[in-house]
Design a protein around this ligand. Structure first.
Ligand SMILES: O=c1ccn([C@@H]2O[C@H](COP(=O)(O)O)[C@@H](O)[C@H]2O)c(=O)[nH]1
Length: 273
């Protein structure tokens, strides 16, 4: 999916919601556990319930690989079930020396057919470039993450007084373009999102940290939205575990619908027309 098509979906659905499929066997309703593939069945019902409000789905790969071969199978079935006009994100946070990165890219872009993958930038250009060589696919590079520990390195100042996240943005934005490179920017970072936007005005941001982590959706839109929206705001636990029991998918639908309505208002308010 290209940038224009993604923006088209955002306009059509009046939403920039990404639903995170962080599916934990310990948290899914017990009535599903008797089935052949409870993880896939949970995801299938979540996708069915939320697809009208979502422009992206983001399975976090940790939740699947922790289960071994069965988990990879559930992941593949989930990916196949995501409608083709909805952007798919493998939240895998990969990156290694060049030949290894090439195989990570092949795994997620060819063996599986994800639209995008999250990548860690700290091994530098030769660890990221192999992912960018896949036509029509996207790299989503960690820039300013939502967790407390982002203060440890990402905010550290260089001798010139520049935070490391700024160095990452300035350098890496030359490796790709707004057509194949996005950045992870945490919703918990408030006004810092505006700084990131100044450095990379045209790139899309994947923004985790609303919902369970407490980031403000209004701030994300206020500081981060650009002329093509430029935002995919993720909520995982806040949507998929909005309710338990037999009606879990209805609860997820209600939560996704509530967020979509907020997003509709924010698009009206902040989309630079
Ligand atoms: O900076 C980051 C990068 C990735 N994540 C991931 O996003 C989701 C957030 O889940 P919630 O349940 O909505 O908090 C999860 O998969 C994280 O691994 C992040 O939170 N922050």
């Amino acid at each position: 999916m290209n940038r224009q098509e993604l923006f088209g979906q955002i306009l059509k659905k009046k939403s920039f919601l990404c639903v995170g499929l962080d599916t934990d066997p310990g948290k899914i309703p017990s009535h599903l556990l008797k089935g052949k593939d409870p993880i896939f069945e949970f995801n299938r019902q979540i996708i069915e319930a939320t697809a009208e409000f979502a422009v992206a789905y983001k399975p976090n790969i940790a939740f699947y690989e922790a289960l071994g071969p069965k988990g990879w199978e559930s992941l593949q079935k989930t990916l196949d079930y995501i409608p083709k006009d909805i952007f798919s994100i493998a939240d895998a946070k990969r990156g290694d020396i060049g030949n290894t990165s090439s195989l990570y890219a092949k795994a997620f872009f060819e063996t599986m057919d994800f639209d995008s993958i999250t990548v860690a930038p700290y091994m530098g250009v030769d660890s990221v470039k192999p992912f960018l060589e896949f036509e029509g696919k996207w790299v989503i590079l960690l820039a300013l993450t939502s967790n407390e520990g982002s203060m440890d390195f990402q905010m550290e100042l260089s001798k010139e007084g520049k935070p490391l996240f700024q160095e990452v943005l300035e350098k890496s934005s030359k490796w790709g373009s707004p057509e194949n490179l996005m950045y992870v920017v945490g919703a918990t970072r408030g006004e810092k999102i505006a700084e990131v936007r100044r450095i990379v005005p045209d790139h899309f941001f994947l923004v985790p940290g609303v919902g369970a982590q407490g980031g403000s959706l209004e701030d994300v839109a206020k500081y981060g939205m650009n002329a093509q929206c430029g935002l995919l705001v993720n909520s995982s636990r806040g949507i998929i575990y909005a309710g338990g029991g037999i009606n879990f998918a209805d609860s997820a639908k209600q939560e996704a619908s509530k967020i979509q309505l907020e997003m509709e208002v924010l698009l009206e308010k902040y989309l630079h027309k």
